[in-house]
Design a protein around this ligand. Structure first.
Ligand SMILES: NC(=O)c1ccc[n+]([C@@H]2O[C@H](COP(=O)([O-])OP(=O)(O)OC[C@H]3O[C@@H](n4cnc5c(N)ncnc54)[C@H](O)[C@@H]3O)[C@@H](O)[C@H]2O)c1
Length: 317
């Protein structure tokens, strides 16, 4: 009987322990569940992120889009309205005013609440600029226990971007794709021995709540997609430089022979030749042996042939 009692209390004790662990884990998870969102930088990516969040994430209590430029904020607002208008043509019940009214447009870094706040940095791809911004954010929010910092950089090493951040367990890469409202993927970049599992889990949940799909990857140059895509684009330019085939034929070949929705030159024109060059220069300056400098790309950028956004790149638009 004594033995039975002992065994019984042991079982109870271990059940209590499991329950206590479960409670403490849930408490931690609750602490990391995103409820407030602040996106910094209202360009192509920042505006797309807040549009998707306002449209799809019903658990957010507030969404703020911040930019240093009032003009950029105005453009972001009309771009979001335009995009939603297009969506409304296919889905008549889309309530544009309701979605837009969830977003606060602001020139100052003023989240509605620091409780379970996610701050996504989506400013211009410049290491110094991003480092200074995170230095400022670190000063402002380092004593707020449930603030997570994320960078949307596409080519920089997240660890370098976070140079001045103290709480690295709550720092993560959140790499959205362009155009954000249409592209389903988000790469969650976990910094080794730094980003905590709770932060990762909270980001995976946040991405799901936005109706998107996440993949987990390490903080390596180009993460997954750009690490494979950028060398492919640069090899296509090398083929053109060598005279192996025309841009049009290379594009046709990859679309019809490999089943890609766009050829490499259509893709570079879409991404921007300047952006492609910026990624290349950044990787070369770090001595990553991934791609070689392209004379043709440099010449085209110097001539202002930056791609679709300016009406001319490898093709004229
Ligand atoms: N364009 C893409 O295809 C793409 C895809 C994935 C990720 N990204 C990354 O997203 C980030 C933003 O890219 P984008 O294409 O949206 O750039 P963009 O040039 O369209 O927008 C950048 C915005 O940042 C603002 N800004 C600059 N400094 C600021 C500061 N200190 N505080 C607040 N706002 C500031 C600018 O006014 C501008 O509105 C970059 O890191 C880029 O690498 C871009």
């Amino acid at each position: 009987m004594t033995r039975f009692l002992n065994m019984n209390s042991l079982l109870k004790y271990s059940a209590n322990l499991r329950f206590a662990r479960h409670l403490s884990l849930s408490a931690k998870m609750n602490a990391y569940k995103v409820e407030n969102l602040l996106v910094i930088g209202s360009g192509l990516m920042g505006s797309g992120i807040v549009q998707s969040a306002a449209h799809n994430n019903r658990n957010l209590k507030s969404i703020v889009l911040q930019d240093i430029s009032e003009d950029a904020l105005n453009k972001a607002k009309s771009k979001i309205e335009q995009n939603l208008n297009k969506i409304k043509q296919k889905k008549a019940d889309t309530n544009i005013d309701e979605i837009v009214s969830k977003i606060t447009f602001s020139t100052s870094i003023a989240p509605k609440s620091t409780e379970n706040l996610l701050i996504i940095e989506a400013v211009t791809e410049n290491l110094g600029l991003k480092q200074e911004l995170f230095k400022d954010l670190n000063q402002k929010f380092k004593d707020c226990p449930s603030v997570v910092f994320a960078t949307n950089t596409s080519s920089l090493v997240c660890k370098d971007v976070a140079k001045h951040v103290d709480n690295m367990d709550r720092f993560v890469g959140l790499h959205f794709f362009n155009p954000v409202p249409l592209m389903k993927l988000v790469e969650i970049v976990v910094l080794e021995n730094q980003t905590s599992e709770e932060t990762y889990e909270a980001m995976a949940n946040f991405v799901k709540e936005m109706g998107k799909v996440s993949v987990r990857c390490k903080d390596t140059p180009g993460f997954i997609v750009n690490r494979l895509l950028v060398p492919y684009m640069f090899e296509a330019i090398s083929m053109l430089e060598r005279g192996d085939a025309s841009a049009r034929d290379i594009d046709t070949a990859m679309k019809l022979g490999a089943g890609y929705p766009m050829g490499p030159f259509e893709l570079i024109d879409y991404v921007g030749l300047d952006t492609s060059k910026f990624i290349c220069d950044g990787w070369l300056s770090k001595n990553y042996n991934i791609i070689k400098e392209s004379k043709l790309l440099n010449e085209m950028v110097a001539k202002g042939r930056l791609g679709k956004k300016v009406g001319k790149g490898f093709y004229d638009y």
